[in-house]
Design a binder for this molecule. Structure first.
Ligand code: PAF
Length: 281
């Protein structure tokens, strides 16, 4: 696996991949990798493309009181994991390569980015869209893979790619979970042991609500029950909402795929999760 930190070296490596006739898959990450990221690399590898992973802890997607400074950074261990998983190239841009002095562009995707996490974390999805657009222009992949755990992020990126004619296929890969159901996240390392034990209430509450809604119970009651279980487990709830899986609004037309999304905090650690809600019957 090549590790590259300059744009010139990246362009030359990508040109070599292209001259081999190989398609290119990009897996953008912020590092602190876990098996969820490795599932993205493995999915890309199975498609027979050259696999490029990026690691960049993107300052523009963290709010002023968020965890940018303490976000886990484990470059050597991440590089080992990627290499063992068969990644071909690791793109590790320094901050001044990604955002040189004078950088002044912001990409803002309206609609899908506005509710849910967009409301709880102002500016977050502008930061995500801006850095992902830059990564797409730097690597010029045929396909880019993202975990479904960040479901709203995936919807924002799909919208941006369609609106700006990137011509890149966006593939969502199902959330990877620990044995007890907790979605894998780089932020799980922040949880104290008792918080980690309590965190399982999040996938459980979502699972119960999804089953209740699928069998025809009132969505409002199911969402209220999920909020109560989370509060009982010690969470401070940001939201638990049932939305249209494509528009992410609560205006859900009949027969449209539905998604249940939640964000809640245990102490200083904010966890998100989401589940498909199967059609009734
Ligand atoms: O999901 C993430 O790790 C980040 O939001 C991403 C897509 C790499 C952009 O910084």
């Amino acid at each position: 696996m090549q590790t590259i930190r300059t744009l010139d070296a990246l362009r030359s490596a990508i040109a070599d991949f292209r001259s081999d006739g190989a398609g290119i898959a990009l897996v953008p990450t912020m590092g602190a990798l876990h098996s969820g990221h490795i599932a993205l690399i493995e999915t890309a590898r199975r498609q027979g493309r050259k696999v490029v992973a990026s690691i960049f802890v993107n300052p523009r997607q963290f709010g002023p009181n968020e965890d940018l400074a303490r976000y886990p950074r484990r470059e050597a261990a991440d590089a080992r994991m990627l290499s063992e998983a068969g990644c071909d190239l690791l793109w590790l841009p320094p901050v001044d390569v990604m955002y040189p002095a004078g950088f002044a562009t912001n990409i803002s995707v309206s609609g899908v980015s506005e509710g849910l996490d967009g409301a709880a974390r102002p500016g977050h999805f502008d930061g995500v869209a801006t850095v992902v657009a830059k990564l797409f222009n730097q690597v010029r992949p045929d396909v880019a893979l993202f975990g479904e755990k960040d479901f709203q992020q995936l919807a924002v990126i799909r919208r941006m790619v369609a609106d700006l004619d990137f011509g890149i296929e966006i593939e969502g890969v199902p959330t990877q979970r620990d044995d007890d159901g907790l979605a894998l996240s780089s932020r799980n390392v922040y949880l104290e042991p008792e918080q980690r034990a309590a965190a399982v209430a999040l996938p459980r509450a979502l699972g119960e609500a999804a089953r209740a809604i699928a069998r025809g119970d009132s969505p409002a009651d199911a969402l209220a029950a999920a909020r109560e279980s989370l509060i009982a487990a010690g969470f401070v709830v940001d939201y638990v909402e049932l939305v249209d899986a494509a528009t992410l609004t609560s205006d859900i037309a009949e027969d449209r795929p539905r998604r249940l999304l939640a964000a809640a905090r245990l102490g200083a650690t904010r966890l998100i999760d989401n589940l498909d809600v199967p059609a009734q019957g």
